[in-house]
Structure formats: C-alpha cells, structure tokens
Design a protein around this ligand. Structure first.
Ligand code: N2P
Length: 349
C-alpha cells in the first residue's frame, strides 16, 4: 500500500513539474487555412513543440477561394484564416469573423501602430495584421531594352504575348485602374469597364498565371514583364539576376493580410495562442526571411540585417510609395469586379 502510494506521489509530482517545453497531452489542435508559401514549416513546428498544439495546415491561392469556402461552411471548419484588407469588411458583414479579444494577444504591442486601425477594420475589432506588401512591376532587363516606368508600358507591341498577369482580380484589375487614371478602389462601372478594356489589350490566352506559378514564368524567361507581389519579386530576383522590380509612376496597390478567427471556429483558444506566437518578432522574421514580404512587427524590423532593412522591396521609401493606395473593400461594386474579371478571362480566350 505504502509502495503504491509513493508511486502515485511520484506520478503526481512528475505531472505537476513537467517542464513547460513538454507538450501537454490535451492541447488539441488549431486548423489554419492560409495563403500558400506564407509561414515556414519550422515556425509551425516550433509552435507545436512549445505548446503541444497540433497544427493542421491547408493553403489557398486567392482570397476568393478562401472566402467562398468559408461562406459555404458558414464560418466553420477552420480556426484561423488570413484575408487581405479588402476582403475583411465583407467577411465581417457576412458574419464570418469572430470579434477579437485583444487582451488575449499581448504581443499586439509589437505591431506598428501606423498599420493598426485601418479603414477596412477600424480599431482592429476582427483582424490582426500578419504581413503587408505591394504589387509592383517586374521586368527582365536582359530582354527589355527601353526604360519601363509606367503600367501603360505594358501596352507596348513588343510585349504582346510576353506579359505575366496574376490570376487575382483585385491586383490585376487594380493595375489596369491605375493605368487608366482611375482610383484603385473605384466603384464606378464606367471605370471598371475601362480597366477591363485595358486588360483585354494585354491578354493572350496563356498569360494569366496562378499566383504561385507566376514568379517562375519570370525566372525562366517565359514572360518578360508583369505585375507581381514584392515578396515573390524578391524570391524571383534571387534566382534570376536580370529581373528588376520598379514602382510605376501611377502608383502601386498596397495590401495587408491579417489573421481572422472564423465565427464558427472550434479551437478559439488555440487560434489566440497561434496569433500571439506569430507576433513574436523572431517568428515574423522567419516568415520575412523565407517569403520576403514586409512585416508590420516593429521588433522584426530591429532584428533584420542591414541588407534586409535597406531593401526597397521589403521596406519601400516614401518616394517609392508616393502614389501607392491601400486596397479596400468596394461594397456592392464587388459584383462589378467579379463580372468584368470573368468577362476578361472568357472574352480574351
Ligand atoms: C504569399 C501570398 C501573399 C499574399 N504566397 C498577398 N496577399
């Protein structure tokens, strides 16, 4: 009896004093649905190692596909998603986003206040910034001889059939809106139609690419010019030193991707734990090192080496962004974007 008791005591004491790095058995899981190529595997592994929470991770290539899935599932099935600025107002309106309790995210203190409290979610009631970036112009300096400074340069006859466009309606329609002198967040049908007409002039059946494949068609010289996210541009430039990234004079679309807990999430506590973990400067730094987008985390900026800190792709100057505009929700006009985007894809075939 005495022996059995002392065994019990040992077991109890062991359970009580387990070092925090040993995962608790009932930590459960967190189901994350995120953009592809956005959080390095070692960061996900570090989270599980530290918390014992299993990460179930699936990816998407566009806001549209993430949103459509969440809508069909009525906000259920995932504990965390990462929509861009302009999708957040819509998701809030549709009841797909859970209200955030900021007290549960102490590392929010690391986020640059200039990137909080934006028009798409005043006071960050539903979204916590993860990464931000821009969509600029990339070209191959070995194959493009004359200077390129404008989105309108895409119309040059020499580029016919050699342009790379993202299969992303707001990015690609966005550069067409800027090229035709309209607002990036236009809600006027005449302007949205003019943007579609601009795109038709560029279109060749083979030049709209899945966002993950897009950088590769620049690296392997299949296309010579196009629009691209700054992170993808840097990854492509590391592989092909002829590639150059510029901020066209009409301006660039800016975006920010934020963590949102869907309204039907099952593992809300774990979603909070994950957001807080990702807001540690060193975790955000790993994402920046791997995928080259800009981090809203002020601590991350301090940890960057000189080369990263001075990169104009990662940390654009005020002059680079002089005409840059944040992509925002367009309310009812989204139907017009969907309509003209669909028309563009089918008409140009
Ligand atoms: C990373 C995707 C970046 C998302 N592959 C831009 N909103």
């Amino acid at each position: 009896m005495k022996r059995a008791l002392s065994l019990l005591t040992v077991l109890l004491l062991t359970a009580l004093f387990l070092p925090p790095s040993v995962p608790a058995l009932a930590a459960g899981k967190v189901i994350i649905y995120n953009w592809s190529e956005y959080i390095p595997d070692d960061v996900l592994e570090a989270f599980t190692k530290e918390t014992g929470i299993e990460v179930v991770y699936t990816t998407y290539e566009s806001n549209e596909s993430m949103h459509d899935k969440l809508l069909i599932q009525k906000g259920r099935g995932y504990d965390l998603v990462c929509p861009s600025t302009y999708f957040i107002p819509q998701m809030i309106k549709e009841g797909l986003a859970l209200k955030i309790d900021k007290k549960r995210i102490p590392n929010l203190k690391n986020v640059d206040p200039k990137l909080l409290n934006q028009e798409f979610d005043p006071d960050n009631r539903y979204s916590i910034p993860y990464m931000w970036g821009n969509y600029g112009l990339i070209f191959n300096s070995a194959l493009v001889k004359n200077a390129v400074t404008s989105w309108n340069d895409l119309l040059r006859p020499e580029f016919k059939g050699k342009i790379m466009l993202y299969d992303d309606p707001r990015m690609t329609m966005g550069i067409a809106l800027l090229a035709t002198g309209a607002s990036l967040n236009s809600t006027k049908e005449s302007e949205i139609r003019a943007a579609y007409e601009f795109l038709l002039k560029l279109r060749d059946p083979k030049n709209v690419f899945d966002v993950t494949a897009a950088k590769n068609v620049m690296v392997n010289n299949h296309s010579v010019i196009g629009g691209i996210w700054n992170g993808d541009a840097q990854v492509a430039m590391d592989e092909n030193s002829d590639l150059v990234y510029i901020y066209p004079k009409e301006g660039v679309p800016l975006w920010m991707d934020s963590f949102v807990i869907p309204s039907g999430a099952d593992n809300v506590d774990n979603a909070y734990a994950f957001i807080n973990f990702m807001l540690r400067p060193e975790m955000a730094l790993r994402s920046v090192e791997e995928y080259r987008y800009s981090s809203p985390n002020l601590g991350t900026l301090e940890l960057m080496d000189k080369k990263m800190r001075e990169s104009r792709l990662l940390n654009p100057t005020a002059d680079d962004l002089r005409n840059a505009v944040m992509l925002n929700g367009v309310g009812e006009a989204k139907a017009l974007y969907d309509l003209y985007w669909e028309k563009f894809i089918t008409d140009a075939k």
